[in-house]
Design a protein around this ligand. Structure first.
Ligand code: AMP
Length: 218
């Protein structure tokens, strides 16, 4: 099963992609997480991506497409794509690459939320640098403030989760990524999902749709 989860920054893509990966046994590929790992490892790609990421801009397509093609080689059991494709060009390249192998995307979901919700969510977001678990200071706090429930590591705020950068990321989203929703809608069914509510409620809606599909195709 190949799934694309679309949505503005802060719509809940990371949270829901993790849950989807756990439930259906597919690989969770987050382009943002991969880029952050490249940066932490000090690779050439990481160094090239740094300035764009810190400004809330997109990393150039050719870098991201190559990186994701490499990552998708391990996705024989299926994949849920998080943060990719983020431009119409990336979506077209992905479609062509999958079609060349006789495949395609099985489901596209679009998480819909208001900007105000996004800003509140992102600026309160904290994550575990060790296991990637994501928390929120108000909506999903860890048991002990600032500490990961799973492995005890100190939680961190991403440098691009400050309000100023979030506003830039939203602007980038409307200019470059929202057209990806229209691109898919012109070709296939896209499930718009109201993602402004509680994560468990949103997950239930997502799972109902995917359960039906998983019944048909693994
Ligand atoms: P995310 O964690 O998905 O919000 O991504 C963090 C940052 O990584 C973004 O603000 C971009 O700078 C960069 N990034 C992630 N995915 C992509 C992509 N598909 N295309 C271009 N840049 C990306």
């Amino acid at each position: 099963m190949r799934i694309v989860l679309l949505g503005a920054p802060g719509a809940g893509k990371g949270t829901h992609c993790k849950r989807i990966a756990d439930r259906y046994g597919v690989l969770h590929l987050s382009s943002g997480d991969i880029l952050r790992r490249e940066r932490a490892a000090g690779t050439e790609l990481g160094r090239k991506a740094q300035g764009y990421m810190d400004a809330g801009a997109l990393v150039p397509d050719e870098l991201v497409v190559e990186m994701m093609s490499r990552a998708m080689k391990d996705a024989s059991a299926g994949v849920v794509l998080d943060g990719f494709p983020r431009t119409v060009n990336q979506a077209e390249v992905l479609d062509k690459a999958l079609a060349a192998k006789g495949g395609g995307i099985d489901v596209v979901m679009n998480l819909v939320v208001d900007d105000g919700v996004v800003v509140a969510r992102i600026t309160g977001r904290r994550s575990c640098p060790k296991c990637g678990a994501v928390y929120h200071v108000k909506n999903m706090p860890p048991k002990v403030a600032g500490v990961c429930d799973k492995d005890g590591a100190a939680l961190v705020q991403r440098p691009d989760d400050t309000e100023e950068v979030v506003r830039n990321r939203l602007e980038t989203y409307y200019r470059q990524t929202e057209p990806v929703v229209d691109y898919y809608k012109s070709k296939r069914t896209v499930d718009d999902i109201d993602a402004s509510g509680d994560a468990d409620v949103v997950a239930k809606v997502i799972f109902e749709k995917l359960d039906r599909l998983a019944g048909k195709k693994k």
